[in-house]
Design a protein around this ligand. Sequence first.
Ligand SMILES: [Zn+2]
Length: 442
Amino acid sequence: MSDRLARNSIDGGKIIYSLDTGKLIDLKFPSFWFENSPQGKFVLNIAFSQSKYYIDNLSENVKRGMKHKVRIGVWPVQAPLGYLNDKLTKTIVVDPVRHKLIKKCFEMFATGKHSFTSVSDYLFKLDIKSRSNKKIKVDTIKRMLSNRFYLGILNYKGELHKGIHKPIISKTLFEAVQKVISRFERPRYNGHDFPFIGLARCGECGGAITAESHSRKYKNGNSPTFTYYRCTKKFGVCHQKYISEINLAKQLRKSVRNITIPSEWKETWLKLLEQDKITESVKATENTALTETELQTTEIKLSKLLDTYLDGVVNEEDYKNKKNQLFNTKLNLQEKIEQIKTNGNNWLEPLEHFIMSAFQAQKIAAEKNELQNLSNFARSACSNFFLTDQHLQFSYNLGYSTLHSICGSPHPATSQSEKSKRVLPADFSFKVNSPLVTSPPK
Ligand SMILES: [Zn+2]
């Protein structure tokens, strides 16, 4: 009883003061009766101080309990959407229905065709609402889509821990979503989305390129919007004129078309890739052993770090920083091992990704209304963009530059039939030191 008598010492003091001044005559509780007398007040005082002691203890215990839970990988507070707090086992379990919806949200968002709002709308239609029965706020959706909890990682007060709950999102999907989110974080001006902003710099003065949209009203009532890109001229005098978005897109499309793998090569390339995968799986076994040793070393470092923290040698902030650093290393190593185990290699995957995206280039260049896709692809395949006299210059990235020299049309007049005659050299293969391989192993 005394535990709940007064929530804090001020309440307790107030009650005793009210008794002193006669505002309160006596107190009756279901199992406790108090009489307004010096002796009674004394008993009450004891009851209150015990109550305070209990509460102080309780919050200390709760804090300690939470920390302990996190250490053993259990989320101590309310489970995020897609999970449930299992009261019986005091752990976090996967919500059998909602986790599918969360996964769907990640998949939708990864396509790049959705906004935070459309994800919220989607959930609202499925009767997943905020506590106030409204659509879930955009910020909450954003936080949900960047929550590493879905990967099985706990972030408790800035400290990372490996959770024991089942991840519901794959690392690949999660990272694809993070990429889209970072795209949303690019500047938008006056509510307009400018897909090519931040892509190029001015070729004359090196200034940043900005964008603006204008609507023109025609007599027939139409008012189409025109978008222009131009030098900010922040570095002083610059003679460059603006370039229309249409012109810029046209030039980019042409450049992207030049790094398209001829479709008749696709089969051969994928076959070569398959063969390499088999060879590599043998090497992978050796790689795993090495990585596992590295992982053990990291585990030892983590354990030593905890000792130094417990001994008071390092302060909490340094401990947290260093621990998170080691924790991330550990995660990366664990992922690497997983990756080697499932894929049998760690350099063919980027190559495969590269080949698949190069196959996409043709499609991306053909999509008239998907300027954001065009921009994203150009950013991944090329760099050092400069705009001079409305002409876009750039260099192809490693891999793509080779592709350009093999597949790029040598002459603009090259007809489709001539293009299809391009044959793959008979001894063509992907080697670890092939210029096509963007990230060879050490
Ligand atoms: Zn300029």
